[in-house]
Write a protein that binds this ligand. Structure first.
Ligand code: NI
Ligand code: MN
Length: 227
């Protein structure tokens, strides 16, 4: 069973996990990097890392059209239910659950969170997705934190880490994150969406490989990784 992970720019991902279609942080319509609009994607499950508009994105619209189950932290799920989303699965930090598409763990993220209307959104999070083909860590919006060492201890085939700076960790801290996570491969995200988070991802990737030996892949929007 293949696992195909497609980057839609920023922290938006479309994941084909065997027969299941997943979206993570589907910020599509207002995402200048996304090759797809909200009405062009399908989903059985939508993972949401936190309430900020560039992550919750088009979740409500896509869930309404597809009937997808939205997975997020408790407070985000409560808000989604109040905004017409029918199917949610609430989790919280440190919790894991075995979904039909694989085992998902909700991890710590050092960031803030509120819904686009200002509602309380609980804590932000990242995700570890474990499937037979491999284990992927989506750091999502976060600062560097030393517990990334514990996250890496599970053995990561792939990690997606922000390098954009300003709203999340920047290139130097993201390099440190790679040292803690020790993934087999790493992908930089949350950069280039707007000038304020523009970074030289290729230069970062070269530096990561030179200093850690980890294979760093720079994806173009729409680019895909197969586990
Ligand atoms: Ni954010
Ligand atoms: Mn963000």
């Amino acid at each position: 069973m293949a696992t195909e992970i497609q980057w839609l720019g920023h922290n938006a991902w479309a994941i084909q996990a065997g027969e299941f279609r997943l979206l993570l942080d589907p910020f599509l319509n207002d995402n200048p990097l996304s090759p797809k609009k909200a009405n062009q994607v399908e989903a059985d499950f939508i993972l949401v890392s936190h309430g900020h508009g560039d992550h919750i994105g088009d979740t409500v619209e896509i869930a309404a059209r597809t009937g997808a189950t939205v997975i997020g932290i408790f407070e985000v799920c409560q808000w989604l239910l109040a905004h017409g989303v029918k199917n949610v699965h609430a989790m919280n930090l440190g919790g894991s659950y075995t979904f039909p598409f694989g085992r998902l763990t909700m991890t710590l993220a050092l960031h803030s969170s509120s819904m686009p209307d200002g509602s309380y959104a609980g804590n932000p999070c990242g995700f570890i997705l474990a499937r037979e083909e491999g284990t992927v860590y989506f750091a999502c919006d976060t600062a560097l934190f030393s517990d990334m060492k514990l996250i890496g201890a599970v053995g990561l085939d792939l990690a997606a880490v922000p390098i954009g700076d300003n709203y999340t960790m920047g290139p130097a801290d993201a390099l440190e994150a790679v040292r803690l996570l020790k993934p087999r491969r790493v992908v930089p995200i949350h950069n280039g969406t707007w000038p304020i988070i523009a970074q030289d991802a290729d230069r970062w990737a070269c530096q990561v490989h030179a200093e850690t030996g980890v294979e760093a892949l720079v994806l173009q929007p729409g680019g895909m990784i197969v586990l």
